[in-house]
Design a protein. Structure first.
Length: 340
């Protein structure tokens, strides 16, 4: 395996390294990931997260295991287990399927290694294309609102929605970013704010519930979010709270964009009703768990509902910013619109 380094993952001396995102922004700790059990644990506790990143890291680990002598049969079993670790993010399934298709080729394991490396490099390129297309939409001195974390921690490249923001900043557009804290695990308050600080981007962390007030006051020019899966009709799943933002943006006439690579579109998923929604442990809602501290504020026996994602209907979206172009609702009437 050749060596790679991105903001949240790396291949170093033939080993997969993961930056533990549960410890950010206060501690920067790289974890060594040597087997499927370890990666599944990291994915499920969100040490690594983001649809592109979990798919890419899984592909890279499979390639390393193949290089280290795992048989074709064992690698297929490993891939199936990884695919089950998070059900909503379609990149995970797509990337693993791409790798496993190479298992039967005569030059295994080289075929698997080439495919995993290709998936990594492909994402870097997709991020650049999306980010440029999205940044072209942003005007000078605008204020952008974003949700969750969609930057270099969530991808191999510079990010999806955060990549758009980063590119607009590098273009000298003097933007300000309102960063939703993103309950319940604060990926915005912890991770997006950290990335903004690392990149020198002007930003303000807000409570998720502050978005409506800011929009009403005319302080938000555009909203950019990412996606874990997009249906062929344009409905998309993203971190819980995205649907609320889309409704608010629609009511206040604020342009609302979803940014994702075309690989996030699931051709077998025809509407948002077909997207499986992961439900996580109630403890994440009842208090703070893991990372650098643990504290419960709700009564111990209180029940809690904790879906990790929600689905935003296509009619609330101003534009889909993909690596293949920026698409409007009218474009969705064409078959395979994301490739047009």
């Amino acid at each position: 395996m050749r060596e790679f380094t991105s903001m949240g993952m790396a291949i170093d001396n033939g080993k997969l390294k993961i930056l533990d995102q549960t410890l950010l922004p206060h501690e920067k700790k790289w974890l060594s990931c040597e087997n499927v059990d370890a990666l599944i644990e990291m994915i499920q506790r969100l040490a690594i997260r983001g649809a592109p990143a979990i798919g890419i890291s899984s592909s890279l680990l499979l390639a390393i295991l193949a290089e280290h002598g795992h048989s074709r049969e064992q690698l297929i079993k490993d891939g199936v287990r990884l695919k089950e670790s998070r059900p909503t993010a379609v990149n995970l399934m797509n990337n693993i399927d791409r790798v496993l298709k190479k298992v039967s080729e005569n030059d295994y394991p080289s075929s698997v290694i080439r495919e995993a490396e290709s998936i990594y490099l492909e994402d870097v390129g997709l991020c650049k294309k999306m980010s440029r297309l999205g940044a072209n939409i942003i005007k000078k001195n605008e204020s952008i609102l974003t949700h969750c974390n969609t930057g270099g921690l969530a991808t191999a490249g510079i990010g999806t929605a955060m990549g758009v923001i980063r590119t607009a900043h590098e273009d000298g557009k003097n933007i300000t970013v309102f960063v939703d804290e993103t309950r319940p695990l604060l990926q915005g308050g912890r991770l997006t704010s950290w990335e903004c600080g690392e990149l020198g981007i002007s930003h303000v962390v807000i409570c998720d519930s502050s978005a409506a007030m800011l929009m009403k006051a005319g302080k938000v020019d555009r909203v950019f979010v990412g996606s874990d899966r997009i249906a062929t009709n344009g409905d998309f799943a993203n971190k819980i709270g995205t649907y609320s933002l889309a409704v608010l943006a629609h009511y206040h006439d604020v342009p609302f964009y979803v940014v994702a690579p075309r690989t996030t579109i699931d051709p077998e998923c025809f509407s948002g009703k077909d997207i499986p929604i992961e439900e996580r442990d109630a403890s994440e809602v009842l208090g703070i768990t893991g990372g650098l501290c643990s504290y419960t504020w709700a009564p111990e026996k209180s029940p809690a509902y904790n879906p990790a994602f929600d689905v935003t209907p296509a009619e609330l979206v101003t534009g889909w910013v993909l690596d293949t172009g920026v698409f409007t609702f009218n474009d969705l009437q064409h078959a395979n619109w994301w490739m047009c």
